[in-house]
Design a protein around this ligand. Sequence first.
Ligand SMILES: Nc1ncnc2c1ncn2[C@@H]1O[C@H](COP(=O)(O)OP(=O)(O)OP(=O)(O)O)[C@@H](O)[C@H]1O
Ligand SMILES: [Mg+2]
Length: 251
Amino acid sequence: MSAVAVLSLKGGVGKSTTVLGLAGAAWARGIRALVIDLDPQANATVALDPPPFAFTVGDVLADGRPGIAREAIVRTGWGPQVDLLPSEEAVAHRNRPEGADSATRLRVSLAGAVDGYDIVLIDCPPSLDELTRNGLAAADSALVVTEPGFFALQGATRALRAVEAARTSVNLRLQPAGVLVNRVRGNLSEHRYRIEELRGVYGDLVLNPVIPERSAVQQAQGAGVPVQAWRSPGAAEVSDAFDDILDRLLT
Ligand SMILES: Nc1ncnc2c1ncn2[C@@H]1O[C@H](COP(=O)(O)OP(=O)(O)OP(=O)(O)O)[C@@H](O)[C@H]1O
Ligand SMILES: [Mg+2]
């Protein structure tokens, strides 16, 4: 089992889309994934179309006992391959430090609860506060998502610094999984330029392939199904890209 925290400091760049794309890649392969939604916006939770749930990741963080996450994990509308530790708006109350063990509560709560999964995907909110710190403390690796825009390099640098800070404080085994560039339009020279700029600084840490911008992403999310289940040329392109990224995360 490998646990990957997906983060960015900037909002709306595609963290939840990446988590859902990778969960969908697992779904398509028939391997088991757990999505942990740490974002009070609960976008990943909604897109995974779960049945009504009693507990959320907020309850898990409040309780904090080893293994307690098991009580809050639910099935999803995607079928038996993909499970969910759901979020809701009230999880925002847990975004401040509380006590000495504050940043490691998620990790402790997952003890023994995630052994049956091939991959755990943690969707972080667009900040570096306590919820994201919990995500980084519970992960084996951290995947930084960015768009190929003017702030891409600066944003990636800050996010990678946060990963390094988490490694030296709460999680010695944390590794950067890479920088994933999302919403790429291959015909735009500005996008090519920004990707080259990132590669110039971070080399192989900038993942290949990049994720193209395709309307199928939003269509599948709106329908509550994996993009891998959507039938269009754009959906196939996005699915192929996430499949390659999943390969890289699993090795
Ligand atoms: N590759 C893509 N092609 C088309 N639309 C995309 C793509 N990636 C993301 N989007 C759309 O952009 C919007 C923002 O993406 P997403 O919610 O994944 O970002 P986020 O980083 O999780 O945002 P937040 O910081 O608010 O949590 C969504 O409507 C999503 O469907
Ligand atoms: Mg999100």
